[in-house]
Design a protein around this ligand. Structure first.
Ligand SMILES: NS(=O)(=O)c1nc2c(F)c(F)c(F)c(F)c2s1
Ligand SMILES: [Zn+2]
Length: 261
């Protein structure tokens, strides 16, 4: 039975098929800003990233949303909560909801944003492959960026939106002709929260160091409407991917740290 986001195959039943989904360091979480500890040594080790601009990146319809494969040997994410290891960009994707009143996976003091972009990186210092890294507690680092709905469309997101008509059905893929620079997805304010968590989709491996930026970026309602036109099926039947976010999971006794870069 394929997992999804409907009542019969959604987050509430994932743990039946994917035991890790019931673990103690699951993601997303509600970011309770009053308990976030300002961790001084995060300030010292500044989070640094360097991405190459790339054209002809492949975008695919996974059936659960769109995903851009960006294996970037030249990209590096390091510092902040990542210790001495270097993480490399593997892919980026997005989560959204049926309306713009919901859609993000992380929430901030109970507030959901209209969507959330995930830039997925893996620890190339310690591991030989993405798949191997996903089996270790410090294997992946995911940057989360919230979407706010506004009047100005996001040019970088527009490069994604313009390809969605070619990947309407699950399994379809195409190359993005435009040059994509992942740096442009990041907000201008670089303050973030960080905690130890998991993949937010099955198999929900507990292998992610989460870094969630405080400041959202702006997209338009029209851009989100285009996301919701993707089909979860490979053809004939049309079941639109109108929501693909997991609700917050218990933080438990995990530390939630913040850095006001
Ligand atoms: N939403 S997420 O936590 O960023 C995230 N989930 C997954 C996942 F379930 C996978 F199977 C996978 F291969 C990934 F690369 C990611 S990345
Ligand atoms: Zn994600």
């Amino acid at each position: 039975a394929e997992w999804g986001y409907s009542p019969t195959n959604g987050p509430d039943v994932w743990a039946r098929l994917f035991p890790q989904a019931g673990g103690a360091r699951q993601s997303p979480v509600d970011i309770c800003t009053s308990i976030a500890s300002s961790d001084s040594n995060l300030e010292m080790k500044k989070l640094t990233f360097a991405y190459e601009s790339q054209s002809d990146l492949r975008i695919l319809n996974t059936g659960h949303g769109w995903k851009v494969e960006a294996p970037q040997s030249g990209s590096r994410l390091e510092g902040g909560p990542l210790g001495e290891d270097i993480y490399q960009l593997e892919q980026f994707h997005c989560h959204w909801g049926e309306t713009s009143a919901e859609g993000s996976e992380h929430t901030v003091d109970g507030r959901a944003y209209a969507g959330e972009l995930h830039l997925v990186h893996w620890n190339t210092t310690k591991y030989q492959s993405f798949a191997e890294a996903a089996q270790h507690p410090d294997g992946l680092a995911v940057l989360g960026v919230f979407f706010d709905v506004g009047n100005e469309s996001n040019d970088e997101i527009e490069k994604i939106v313009s390809t969605l008509s070619e990947i309407k059905f699950k399994g379809q893929f195409t190359d993005i002709p435009d040059v994509i620079d992942p740096t442009t997805f990041l907000p201008s304010g670089l303050g973030y929260w960080t905690y130890l968590g998991s993949l937010t989709t099955p198999p929900c491996n507990e292998c992610v160091i989460w870094i969630v930026y405080k400041e959202p970026i702006t997209v338009t309602e029209e851009q989100l409407v285009q996301f919701r036109c993707l089909s979860a099926c490979s053809g004939e039947a049309e079941e639109f991917i109108v929501k693909n976010y997991r609700p917050p999971q218990p933080l438990g006794n995990r530390a939630l740290r913040e850095c006001n870069a």
